[in-house]
Design a protein around this ligand. Structure first.
Ligand code: SAM
Ligand code: DTB
Ligand code: SF4
Length: 332
């Protein structure tokens, strides 16, 4: 189902369980529930709002790679770190459309284009606008992630027909300063407001496994749930540790804490698509199944995320078959 159509099942419950006033103590209490109780609760919320066996599928393409001026400590595309990522200029339109057509043929319903920019230049934005128009005309939903935007740029993207803008808060405000120094949390919130005001759907989440505390994870989710409107899509990324980045070698997160994070996101943002995002190559099939049970109902699909690996399409199809999951189609 498209995000802009009405989810009939959710209507009667929307008034009761969509909240923007969650308190830190409540969120921490959710994180600390016995695992079975937490998952049972998340699954119940999930079923009130969604078909529990349907997964939304997006494919990613890095349309401009590497040489980014920002210092995000997790990111292989920052110019400040010596990683194996090769710099590539903005991709030609035809190449983007070829990749989008392939993603559609493989079953994706949304195509997400990412650029390693602090913020786009107006000249570049016009090229991205052509890409959005082209991808839309293939019958795919469109998403872009280009960094910080001005009001005018957000409106320009809307005019080009953009469906979703991805811009993550990444972590709690307190921990953010340990991870990124070249822009502020408030910068991120400002862009999110501009995207929302321009009438574009918001895709906003974060990364766990960066050495943050339980408090930071709770505060990230609290921050997302306190937005005036919950993001339609909430990506929960498990840090992909890339050699050369400052976060390479960070202690691995207990997988059950990752699943708990998905479950708490589902409870706090009942009608949002919770996306099991980066990090799936390091997860067992069983762990991914637990994430789906905890309320994740979208993934990135295709063998690459932006610069790092993602499970092969055949493997994901096999997993969906084994779990009886269906891929969302735009007319379903
Ligand atoms: N440059 C733009 C920006 O930062 O908003 C858009 C692209 S950026 C790569 C998109 C998101 O990818 C980041 O906000 C971050 O959440 C996620 N990401 C980047 N590197 C990651 C990694 N190593 N592991 C997990 N998520 C990562
Ligand atoms: C999101 O939250 N995760 C995606 C997407 N939004 C753009 C990106 C993950 C990137 C992982 C590291 C890489 O492949 O470069
Ligand atoms: Fe640049 Fe985005 Fe990577 Fe930060 S996350 S270094 S802004 S590409």
């Amino acid at each position: 189902m498209r995000a802009d159509s009405v989810n009939v099942q959710s209507v009667s419950h929307a008034v009761t369980d969509i909240r923007h006033d969650w308190q830190l103590a409540e969120v921490k209490a959710l994180f600390r529930l016995p695992f079975n109780d937490l998952l049972y609760r998340a699954q119940a919320v999930h079923r009130r709002h969604f078909d529990a066996n349907e997964i939304q599928i997006s494919s990613l393409l890095s349309i401009k790679t590497g040489a980014c001026s920002e210092d995000c400590a997790y990111c292989p595309q920052s110019a400040r770190y010596d990683t194996a990522v090769k710099r590539e200029h903005l991709m030609p339109l035809e190449d983007v459309l070829k990749a989008a057509a392939q993603a559609k043929a493989q079953g994706a319903s949304r195509f997400c284009m990412g650029a390693a920019w602090r913020s786009p230049k107006d000249r570049d934005l016009e090229q991205v606008a052509r890409m959005i128009e082209g991808v839309s005309s293939l019958g795919l939903e469109t998403c872009v992630t280009l960094g910080m935007l001005t009001d005018r740029q957000a409106h320009r993207l809307k005019e080009a027909g953009l469906d979703y803008y991805n811009h993550n808060l990444d972590t709690s405000e307190a921990y953010y300063a340990e991870i990124i120094t070249t822009r502020t949390y408030q910068d991120r919130l400002d862009t999110l407001r501009r995207v929302r005001d321009a009438g574009i759907h918001v895709c906003c989440g974060g990364i766990v496994g960066m050495g943050e505390s339980e408090d930071d994870r709770a505060k990230l989710l609290l921050e997302l749930a306190a937005l005036p409107q919950h993001p339609e899509s909430v990506p929960i990324n498990l840090l992909v540790q890339v050699a050369g980045t400052p976060l390479a070698g960070t202690e691995k997160l207990d997988p059950f804490i990752f699943v708990r994070t998905i479950a708490v996101a589902r409870i706090l943002m009942p009608a949002s698509r919770v996306r099991l995002s980066a990090g799936r190559t390091a997860m067992s099939d069983e762990m991914q199944a637990l994430c789906f049970f905890a309320g994740a109902n979208s993934i990135f699909y295709g063998e690459r995320l932006l610069t790092t690996e993602n499970p092969l399409v055949e493997r994901d199809r096999g997993l969906f078959d084994r779990l009886g999951l269906r891929m969302e189609t735009l007319d379903s």
